[in-house]
Ligand binder design. Structure first.
Ligand code: SF4
Ligand code: SF4
Length: 344
C-alpha cells in the first residue's frame, strides 16, 4: 500500500468512506480559480461577503498555506431521504443536509483525529483541516481529487452517491500520489437549472446567491425584504429542489446508508410547522442542541416556519400564526400578519 492509499485508508477508519487526493500545483493555484474570479466579478456572491474577503486564499492555497502539497478530500453521506408530511411537518420543509447533527462539529472532531493519525503514521508533519469553515474551494478540490464533479447545480456529485454528501478536507505538507480528476457527467441535462423555483442560476453552475432561498432563510436567517417572502416556495430552512430533481439523487440510485452519527434522530424532527412557529426560547435550545439548524437562531427558525406556512397557505398553522400577532418581536408580528394574509 503506498502513502496515498494509507492516507485514504485512515480517512475511512475515521468516518469518511469517501476520500481522494489532489496535488497542489507548484504555484498553489486552486482548480476552478477562474470560475471563482468570474463569479465574484459578476457579484453573484451577494450578501455572502466572506467569499470575496477570502478570495485570494480560495484562488491560491499558497497565499496562506505555502507549505501545502496535497489536499486530502473527504466526505460522508447525510440522510437524503424524503421525510415528513408536506404542509404539516417542519422537517418536510428543511433542506436535507440541515436535518441532522451539525456536520461542522461532527467533521471537526473526526478531522482532528484523522490529522493526528496522519502525522503519527508519518504521512505529514503539518496539516490543516476544514469542513466548510475555511478559505478553500472545497468542491473544486474534491473534483480534482476524483470524488465526483461539480454539477450544473453547483453541488459536488458522486457518480454513485449523488450529491447528498458533506465535504471536508485536510491540507498536507507532503506530496502524495493524486487521484485522477473526475469527469463531468451532467451531459445535456438541465433539470436543476429549470427546476429552481427562484431562477437562481445565471447559467450552468452559476448560482446567484442573491436569488437563492438558502441565502434568504439560512445565511440571512429570514432577515430579507418583504418582496422575497412569497418566493420561499414553502421552505422554512434551506432548499433542496436543485438536488432532488437531479437524476444522480434518484431514490433507486441512492441506496447507500447515511452516516449514522449525522443521521441520528434529533428532538426537533417531530415538530410541526405550527409548533415551530410558536416555539419558545427554552424549547428551541433543548430541541435544536447539536442541530445544524442552530445556524438560523431561534428567531430565524420561527421566521422561516412562518414564511413557509404563508407560502403553503397552511390551515394547520393558522391558529399559531394568529397568536403570533401578539408576539413581543415586531419582525415576528409582521411576518405572521403577512402569512395570515396569504391564507385568506
Ligand atoms: S437551493 Fe433552491 S433556490 Fe437555491 S439554487 Fe437550488 S433550487 Fe434554487
Ligand atoms: S440535474 Fe442534471 S444538470 Fe443538474 S446537476 Fe444533476 S445531472 Fe447535472
Amino acid at each position: 500500500m503506498d502513502d496515498a492509499a494509507r492516507a485514504k485508508s485512515l480517512a475511512a477508519e475515521h468516518g469518511f468512506p469517501l476520500s481522494g487526493i489532489a496535488a497542489v500545483p507548484p504555484d498553489g493555484a486552486a482548480p476552478q480559480a477562474e470560475w471563482l474570479a468570474k463569479w465574484l466579478e459578476a457579484g453573484r456572491q451577494g450578501p455572502l461577503e466572506y467569499m470575496a474577503r477570502t478570495a485570494e486564499t480560495r484562488r491560491n492555497l499558497h497565499a496562506r498555506f505555502p507549505w501545502a502539497r496535497s489536499v486530502l478530500c473527504v466526505a460522508a453521506r447525510h440522510d437524503g431521504a424524503a421525510r415528513g408530511e408536506r404542509g404539516r411537518d417542519l422537517i418536510a420543509h428543511v433542506a436535507r443536509y440541515a436535518r441532522g447533527r451539525d456536520y461542522h462539529l461532527v467533521f471537526e472532531k473526526r478531522l482532528k483525529r484523522l490529522a493526528g493519525a496522519l502525522k503519527k503514521a508519518g504521512l505529514c508533519a503539518q496539516a490543516r483541516y476544514y469542513a466548510d469553515t475555511g478559505p478553500v474551494l472545497e468542491r473544486a478540490w474534491a473534483q480534482e481529487a476524483g470524488m465526483g464533479w461539480v454539477g450544473k447545480n453547483a453541488c459536488l456529485i458522486h457518480p454513485k452517491l449523488g450529491s447528498f454528501v458533506l465535504l471536508g478536507e485536510i491540507l498536507l505538507d507532503r506530496a502524495l500520489n493524486p487521484d485522477a480528476p473526475a469527469p463531468d457527467h451532467c451531459g445535456t441535462c438541465t433539470r436543476c437549472l429549470e427546476a429552481c423555483p427562484t431562477q437562481a442560476f445565471a447559467g450552468p453552475g452559476q448560482l446567484d446567491a442573491r436569488r437563492c432561498i438558502v441565502t434568504w432563510n439560512l445565511e440571512l436567517a429570514g432577515a430579507v425584504p418583504e418582496a422575497q417572502w412569497a418566493e420561499h416556495h414553502g421552505w422554512a430552512a434551506g432548499c433542496d429542489v436543485c438536488q432532488t430533481v437531479c437524476p444522480f439523487n434518484a431514490p433507486e440510485r441512492s441506496d447507500h446508508a447515511p452516516d449514522t452519527e449525522l443521521a441520528a434522530p434529533l428532538p426537533w424532527q417531530t415538530l410541526t410547522l405550527a409548533e415551530a412557529i410558536e416555539l419558545d426560547r427554552t424549547s428551541y435550545d433543548r430541541a435544536f442542541q447539536a442541530s445544524a439548524l442552530r445556524r438560523t437562531g431561534w428567531k430565524g427558525l420561527r421566521l422561516g416556519a412562518i414564511t413557509a406556512a404563508g407560502n403553503l397557505r397552511s390551515a394547520s398553522a393558522r391558529a399559531a400564526l394568529a397568536r403570533c400577532l401578539a408576539d413581543p418581536d415586531a419582525d415576528i408580528r409582521a411576518r405572521a400578519a403577512w402569512a395570515l394574509r396569504q391564507c385568506e
